[in-house]
Design a protein around this ligand. Sequence first.
Ligand SMILES: Nc1ncnc2c1ncn2[C@@H]1O[C@H](COP(=O)(O)OP(=O)(O)OP(=O)(O)O)[C@@H](O)[C@H]1O
Length: 254
Amino acid sequence: MFEHVSFTYPDQNSPTLRDVSFELTPGESLALVGHNGAGKTTLIKLLLRLYDPTEGRIVLDGKDLRDYDLVALRRKFGAIFQDFVHYDLTLGENIALGEVAALDDQARLWQAARQANVATLAETLPQGMDTLLGRSFGGQELSGGQWQRVALARAFVRDCQVLVLDEPTATLDVQTEYELYQRFHELTHGRMTILISHRFSTVRMAERILYLADGRIQEAGSHAELLALNGEYARLYRLQASQYLAESKDEVQA
Ligand SMILES: Nc1ncnc2c1ncn2[C@@H]1O[C@H](COP(=O)(O)OP(=O)(O)OP(=O)(O)O)[C@@H](O)[C@H]1O
């Protein structure tokens, strides 16, 4: 729960987040949207305690983040970021990096693989879960979208309380994104999920959406509520939808 959180980076004069307050309940999913530089990633950095708020506080399970042991606090989170890392390890090891205890637990690895839509890929690889990935050591190279699904599996294997997804679908193809969407509620069941995305098709998956501008929450609600509000979220949503339609029309005509 964010309580009147403001934050100014140490080398900056003006705040990046201004009086941000919202509550996230267990099992709830929240999406953060806003233009580049609106403060979305900064909000996540505060949640993971890479920085502490300049004003206000962040409370998890009734306790100020500052009162947690840092290691214990970070174990509560599973996070995937835009520029996730590719490891030259086997597929199973790549997934188990999310929770090392799962390394020897094939059932758990396969469950995470299924959740992140990597299972079919794993079945087609020469040594399944034991296939070495990445080109550096002569392993199997994956496409950007396939690497991203591996990163998703890494987050799902972790028995975390809060799942943070920063642009989880940026390089997924439309079909895979749709399949993820279909299973989103099942995947995030029982945990708090915070996702950041510029894609409205992804943002809609969340039960609640915060539209940030200039470090403030300008609009908050479900996708339907924000469309009914007919504010900036609705305008941007329509803009993206119309662009998408125009692009598909061009493709059909080409
Ligand atoms: N380490 C830093 N030091 C100083 N300023 C920073 C730092 N990181 C980010 N900022 C500034 O804070 C503002 C918000 O950045 P942030 O990355 O939170 O935005 P965002 O909404 O996630 O943007 P994007 O959609 O581009 O990822 C920007 O003006 C950025 O330049």
